[in-house]
Design a protein around this ligand. Structure first.
Ligand code: SF4
Length: 448
């Protein structure tokens, strides 16, 4: 269907949560653009509003109901009907329940079914607009979602783009809902990924970030036997400048993948490898299936072949049964690894997960206190990591002009770097001398 200004409609998507959701949101937008929907910046201007939800954080579902309350206010009094959809992991987990509690919702679909959106929207418009019966589509489909999605679009394509290669998880960490909302681990085929990478490159993308819940569990789902290290090597042969990936699980790290950080020039020296806790007792209760010693061993091997590699992590504090001694072990790990970056959260019970049923839940005040101490430790670690680059030169892939004459980009270590330039250098790799550092970003001058 071609675009016609008279029939053009507005689409507003709000993404919550992880990069997987950002990727899914982009794909929905691209898909709907061939159905005459253009992106708009406000709910008021939209004909279709999609909340692309995340179920990881505390009170995720309640937050969606509050968001729906705000949407209801914003669209009340509009002459034309605004169709309201809830997508993502909350939609997958709650299904019909969402519609029962919030009748403003017209469509509910999950991460595995969002490619059905044009069809369910059409049926809603054809049959339901007056009756207003919501459509809920969350059953895992038989077809491969990715083969149903349109090609990547040239419009507004960024320099760096996500490419989903793997979805779902079989690990069943006791605190996590992902195995229940995103389903079992599935990998896209190499050829499908390569095609999408080439589509992105043809739109001007210079850096591809491979995405998956356990991205390093990827294996070729169709055709010759390949593992994740093979995928990185094959993609490095394409005409792009940089490759990254996230998120990895320690149990799916292997020597071959570790060696890729030395052998594949385009693979950037940055690894996000969540440990969650430094205590083996807590790791066991989390069902992480590795010890802190095994984790440290992986990092040591990485640093032995790529000493400058930046390590990033995730931490949960206040997991049921966590003692002060367990928490101290987490602080020790942060010091030992020297994280360049890390995300940290207070444990909060997710409905339907084993940890949510554990009796030895930790008092909120203790959790908050530990989180504060942990975040202070992480900040010190990030600052220490960045400080080593003061007065050094870094190769920066320039992503955008933030204000006229000022640009920002990323170093190989994923640091955000700001600098001034008289000419536009977006999409280029430039040398920047670092003149100022803080824990979250660097700034410097361009070298000619
Ligand atoms: S590995 Fe654990 S935390 Fe990560 S998605 Fe799977 S169950 Fe969740």
């Amino acid at each position: 269907m071609t675009s016609d200004k008279n029939t053009q409609k507005g689409l507003y998507i709000k993404n919550f949560g992880c990069q997987m959701n950002v990727y899914d949101g982009d794909r929905m937008q691209e898909m709907m653009s061939s159905h005459n929907y253009d992106s708009v910046n406000s709910v008021e201007d939209a004909d279709l509003v999609i909340l692309n939800t995340c179920h990881i954080r505390e009170k995720a579902t309640e937050k969606i109901y509050s968001e729906l309350g705000r949407i209801k206010k914003n669209i009340s009094g509009k002459k034309e009907k605004t169709i309201v959809a809830v997508a993502g992991c909350v939609a997958q987990a709650e299904g019909e329940e969402l519609v029962k509690r919030a009748p403003i919702i017209d469509l509910v679909f999950g991460p595995l079914t969002y490619h059905h959106l044009p069809d369910i929207l059409q049926s809603f418009e054809n049959d339901n607009l007056n009756k207003k019966k919501a459509i809920v589509d969350i059953e895992p489909p038989n077809e491969d979602k990715f083969t149903e999605l349109p090609k990547r679009l040239k419009d507004n394509r960024a320099i760096s783009a996500f490419l989903s290669v793997q979805e779902g998880c079989d690990k069943f960490c006791t605190f996590c809902v992902v195995p229940y909302t995103r389903g079992v681990e599935t990998s896209r085929s190499f050829l499908e990924i390569k095609d999408e990478a080439n589509e992105l490159i043809s739109t001007g993308v210079q850096e591809i970030i491979l995405l998956g819940q356990n991205v390093n569990a990827w294996s070729n789902s169709n055709g010759k036997k390949m593992d994740f290290a093979d995928l990185i090597y094959e993609l490095s042969l394409l005409d792009l400048k940089r490759i990254r990936f996230t998120t990895s699980h320690p149990n799916d790290m292997n020597h071959k993948l570790i060696s890729s950080f030395r052998d594949v020039e385009k693979l950037q020296p940055y690894l996000h490898l969540p440990i969650q806790s430094g205590s083996n007792k807590v790791l066991k209760n989390m069902n992480r299936n590795y010890s802190s010693e095994e984790y440290v061993e992986i990092i040591s091997e990485l640093k032995s072949i790529r000493p400058d590699i930046a390590i990033s992590g995730d931490f949960i504090v206040g997991f049921p049964g966590e003692t002060e001694d367990d928490f101290n072990k987490t602080e020790e790990i942060i010091k030992k690894i020297g994280y360049a970056h890390a995300y940290s959260f207070k444990y909060s019970p997710r409905p339907g997960t084993p940890a949510g049923q554990m009796e030895n839940q930790i008092d909120e005040k203790i959790k908050s206190n530990r989180l504060q101490r942990l975040q202070d430790e992480i900040k010190r670690s990030m600052y220490k990591y960045n400080k080593r680059f003061l007065n050094e030169n870094l190769q920066v892939l320039v992503e955008k002009e933030t204000t006229p004459g000022y640009f920002s980009g990323r170093s190989p270590y994923l640091q955000s770097i700001h600098f001034q330039s008289e000419s536009s250098c977006i999409g280029n790799i430039v040398d920047i001398k670092v003149l100022k550092v803080n824990e979250n970003s660097l700034s410097g001058e361009i070298l000619h």
